[in-house]
Design a protein around this ligand. Structure first.
Ligand code: BTX
Length: 324
């Protein structure tokens, strides 16, 4: 009922509607209307109340509340179920629990802040309150577990497209899971999976997108390597519109993959990559070498040309050498 009352106020945004009118239109008691309005105000909605005129919605909350996202969502699968948390440990952990419990494909977990946001190899992810999109999406892809790592490439292509189109920031993808602008990280993607020998139970794609973080807010250890859309473009971005655009783009890309395989996504990835054609250092648990990043293969592995021949990088850290 809360969502319906909010919808009704939205349809009449800027105008007063009486409690009686809401109660009549939505077939709910006046007391219930009053209680729901109070809850909406507590959530941060700017609702003016006037004894005679009634209620008037002046502004929405800047939070990523499910009803806010749903009001602008145009997808069929992605984000049809939304779990929202003002604060959480890690959205990926929560999404994995929900996925193991059988939640439908496309379910998302979104939080205003994460206390223990994770990157790869148990690294931390800085997730300040209300300033980014800290979100995880549950997929149940019909393909083999060997293909799961390509979900990271798919998500990177989708997010990078939205950054370019909506924020107007000409970012690029660094293999395998980062989106950078002028060498600084705007986005990190963490894909995790649960699978049997030949089938995937679920894939969770976690995205950390630095949206409205001011340059000076980044902690010292990442101050020189991280950036945000606000810092780069100089303007604040409506996070819910941005999130809805990402889910739409992800849905399109996922549909494409399911119907035609990863080929077109890999081509898009190549054209948006900032790794290919660069000299890179590859650092793994038991190796370290340098070479020229020449391509990604059909598995999504990075191909690096070294003095000893072409080496295939499936996992590990790749750093791009600055041009001197
Ligand atoms: P990664 O291992 O490639 O990058 C992690 C590294 O990035 C950190 O060690 C740190 O140096 C740097 N870093 C930390 N926070 C930020 C930030 N906000 N901006 C730029 N650089 C940063 C990348 O892992 C994958 C990150 C995924 C994060 C999402 S958020 C939603 C979901 N839930 C969760 O716990 N993780 C994912």
């Amino acid at each position: 009922m809360r969502a319906e009352i909010l919808d009704f106020l939205r349809q009449n945004q800027g105008k007063y509607v009486s409690g009686e009118e809401i109660s009549r239109e939505l077939n709910v008691s006046r007391t219930a209307v009053w209680k729901h309005i109070r809850a909406l105000k507590q959530d941060g909605y700017q609702i003016e109340a006037h004894t005679r005129a009634g209620y008037c919605l002046r502004g929405t909350t800047g939070r990523l509340l499910p009803e806010e996202i749903k009001a602008v969502l145009t997808t069929k699968v992605m984000g049809q179920e939304i779990y929202y948390y003002p604060q959480i440990g890690s959205t990926n952990n929560e999404a994995k629990k929900l996925a193991a419990g059988g939640c439908p494909e496309g379910t998302i977990v979104v939080a205003e802040t994460q206390n223990t946001g994770r990157g790869r190899l148990a690294r931390g992810w800085f997730s300040p309150y209300g300033k980014g999109i800290w979100m995880s999406v549950v997929l149940r892809p019909p393909f083999s577990p060997l293909e799961a790592s390509k979900c990271t490439l798919m998500a990177a292509v989708a997010v990078n497209r939205v950054i370019r189109q909506v924020a107007g920031v000409y970012s690029g993808i660094k293999w395998p899971n980062d989106i950078l602008f002028q060498g600084r990280k705007l986005v990190g993607i963490l894909t995790e999976m649960s699978a049997e020998m030949d089938a995937i139970n679920y894939v969770v794609i976690g995205m950390g997108i630095n949206v409205n973080i001011e340059e000076r807010e980044f902690p010292g250890e990442i101050a020189a390597t991280a950036t945000s859309l606000l810092a780069v473009s100089g303007r604040e971005i409506d996070r819910r519109m941005f999130l809805a655009a990402i889910l739409k783009e992800l849905e399109t890309a996922y549909h494409l993959v399911q119907t035609g395989g990863f080929t077109s996504i890999l081509d898009d990835w190549r054209s948006q990559s900032i790794t290919l054609g660069k000299n890179v250092d590859v650092i793994g648990p038991d190796h370290r070498y340098s070479g020229l990043a020449i391509d990604i293969d059909n598995e999504g592995a990075l191909l690096v040309k070294t003095a000893q021949g072409v080496r295939k990088v499936l996992a590990g850290d790749v750093s791009i050498r600055p041009v001197v």
